[in-house]
Design a binder for this molecule. Sequence first.
Ligand SMILES: NC(=O)C1=CN([C@@H]2O[C@H](COP(=O)(O)OP(=O)(O)OC[C@H]3O[C@@H](n4cnc5c(N)ncnc54)[C@H](O)[C@@H]3O)[C@@H](O)[C@H]2O)C=CC1
Ligand SMILES: N/C(=C\C=C\C(=O)O)C(=O)O
Length: 487
Amino acid sequence: MAGRGGLLMLENFIGGKFLPCSSYLDSYDPSTGEVYCHVPNSGKEEVEAAVEAARAAFPGWSSRSPQERSQVLQRLADLLEQSLEELAQAESKDQGKTITLARTMDIPRAVHNFRFFASSILHHTSECTQMDHLGCLHYTVRAPVGIAALISPWNLPLYLLTWKIAPAIAAGNTVIAKPSELTSVTAWMMCRLLEKAGVPPGVVNIVFGTGPRVGEALVSHPEVPLISFTGSQPTAERITQLSAPHCKKLSLELGGKNPAVIFEDANLAECIPTTVRSSFANQGEICLCTSRIFVQRSIYSEFLKRFVEAARMWKVGIPSDPSADMGALISKAHLEKVRSYIKKARMEGAQILCGEGVDKLNLPPRNQAGYFMLPTVITDVKDESCCMKEEIFGPVTCVVPFDSEEEVIQRANNVKYGLAATVWSGNVGRVHRVAKKLQSGLVWTNCWLIRELNLPFGGMKSSGVGREGAKDSYEFFTEVKTITVKH
Ligand SMILES: NC(=O)C1=CN([C@@H]2O[C@H](COP(=O)(O)OP(=O)(O)OC[C@H]3O[C@@H](n4cnc5c(N)ncnc54)[C@H](O)[C@@H]3O)[C@@H](O)[C@H]2O)C=CC1
Ligand SMILES: N/C(=C\C=C\C(=O)O)C(=O)O
């Protein structure tokens, strides 16, 4: 919808209708730094309207069979797939990611999220035990929780929003989703497909706006018993505080400081390109990205030389360039935050081998004010440095040597996060042994980001609470009851 001055004007989607808002936020094109979209600056009033719509829709939707709900999710997947190119273009422009990544990862995964949960909802089983000596049978039943608040971040906008919406509505809940105010466009575009897919009014409601204003109104609402959140740890702490008085169900998927552990027998021909990708994909703005690389000392020099060469080949370009490997970071503020870590590293005496402050960005004049940064590799950095401890969430990775297996496990675990890790070795006993000892919810060995949606996804320590996946999301979005029958 075109608004003032031809800018894109989004509207909330509540009760099956697009509704204007009394005030709006500017949303920027990360590749130019220009305002191109207005996002509703929703508040309590909009949350109340969404709760009323979700409440009214719950009896009808929750009483539909899993088969009926599954068919709706499949139709929505079909419609998203038919709009793949339009959604990919929008996601790339809104988030700054490359069009190629949006086309091949973000939107296909959003489609798959609906297909995956449309299928998995048909195959869950419950539990049953017998106490014949007491003439008793015990069994479990599950039912949808009610109105689910879904709060998603700006790094994988439609990918992560649908990773929450799909299981929530498949299980029979109604939802109020709040995407990041920085990347609201594809969520708004999806709303235009809901009616055609057969999603009844009020089943999916989307309110746009900032975390403190509309996000807090949503998470503290007494009629919203469940919150699924992906984002930063500080925000998760705030949401936990606000939800505590109501004892709400919480799923918190947070950040990471993910290590790659590379042993001397690693296949470097595979390890290096994969570790470049795991460090810089999506501008390093994925919670699963590698930001600490531990390399066994005997291959450290060779690895470093080849890794820096490969990082310099990683093309930074305008998001619409199909040959670009990396686009623009999400915001000016985030770019400055990421750059500040490079400055701190320099002040600590670390070496910056390529990227920020070493190599030159080559951008068209129109993109000079965009939020671009080159892939940056830091070495000679201490384990206690903030660059080795804190989530930077940008195209920055640290490379350090190690000697023994015991040493590297201790160092890799010596951070507050515990989300993901990669282990590179041809020794199968070692990869199993090391993977088990790493404090991570996810460990990829000799690969990265091969996703099995059936199995638990999530982190430990400060990387979050709970897991997401076929069974895990189903259990999160339902309440279980144990029934005993004495016969
Ligand atoms: N783990 C992850 O996947 C992500 C981690 N991050 C980390 O978080 C840092 C900040 O990024 P942000 O986008 O600001 O993350 P954030 O955690 O502030 O925002 C994530 C979502 O939470 C909402 N939100 C923010 N404050 C809220 C509140 N008080 N109540 C309810 N909802 C609230 C936001 O509007 C957004 O939809 C990044 O620099 C990065 O380090 C950011 C995005 C994704
Ligand atoms: N939660 C994030 C990524 C999830 C990826 C997946 O489920 O495949 C993130 O980057 O915040």
